[in-house]
Design a protein around this ligand. Sequence first.
Ligand SMILES: C[S@@+](CC[C@H](N)C(=O)[O-])C[C@H]1O[C@@H](n2cnc3c(N)ncnc32)[C@H](O)[C@@H]1O
Length: 265
Amino acid sequence: MTQYGFRTEEIDTSRPHPARIYDYLLGGKDNYEVDQRAGDELAAAAPEARIGLRANRAFLQRAVRYVVGSGVRQILDVGTGLPTSPNVHETAEAVASDVRIAYVDNDPIVNAHANALISRSGPTSVVLADLRDPLAIVNHPDVRRVIDFDEPVALLLVAVVHFLTNADNPRQVVATLRDALPVGSFLVLSHATGDFADRRDAQAVYNKASATLNLRARAEVERFFDGFELVEPGLAQVPFWRPDGPPPARSGEIGFYGGVGRRNG
Ligand SMILES: C[S@@+](CC[C@H](N)C(=O)[O-])C[C@H]1O[C@@H](n2cnc3c(N)ncnc32)[C@H](O)[C@@H]1O
């Protein structure tokens, strides 16, 4: 067993993992040599990759402040990633002290680290589940323990849907989650794209990882918000979604769309 309470054989260090590549590129320590190599290859193929991931993370924080500022007190964060400060609960708590959060990820390392960081009791739960089985997420007892689907929920799908292939039917997956949310709920979603630069080499880095990267064009990403109304400024490259400062250098090349939609009816 490791200090985090899971068996070491559960950690696959033979292949890079998306959560650990992301952690490496954000400057974290929860990664292995395979992840570092993949991260370096990614940064070589897409020189703006590190800036892009930081911009995605900053989008996540602005979007969380926005939805909590709009009155939502429940967050379902699917594909939460390795804990990176400020975490979603820290950002949410800075706006309101009574926000309940369910963190969901399919990576046992993420699950173990998140559990080590966050108390299991109280208004936060950490759930090991797969986005490809959305009903299992919605019906999971530890999700239901903190999320009341009769009250507005902010569903976060930030930098995760692009790990679903078309064969995984991502539109249906996201629709199933959206359908579980009542009026007044929000969808916060970001997604990798090749619309601003040719990123086939970057995409190829993930071919040997535990999940492939599936770049999608603007129209495809917008359809994930079907039935929800995008708040201003609509779907945008992440640095340009309600920026709270000047955009970082090379923002125009950043291959991440981000948006926030609200269920109005
Ligand atoms: C790039 S990280 C994003 C972390 C965080 N949402 C953010 O934007 O800062 C993607 C996360 O999605 C998780 N993930 C990938 N495929 C998944 C799936 N099918 N179900 C649940 N989580 C998944 C990975 O384990 C990883 O932790």
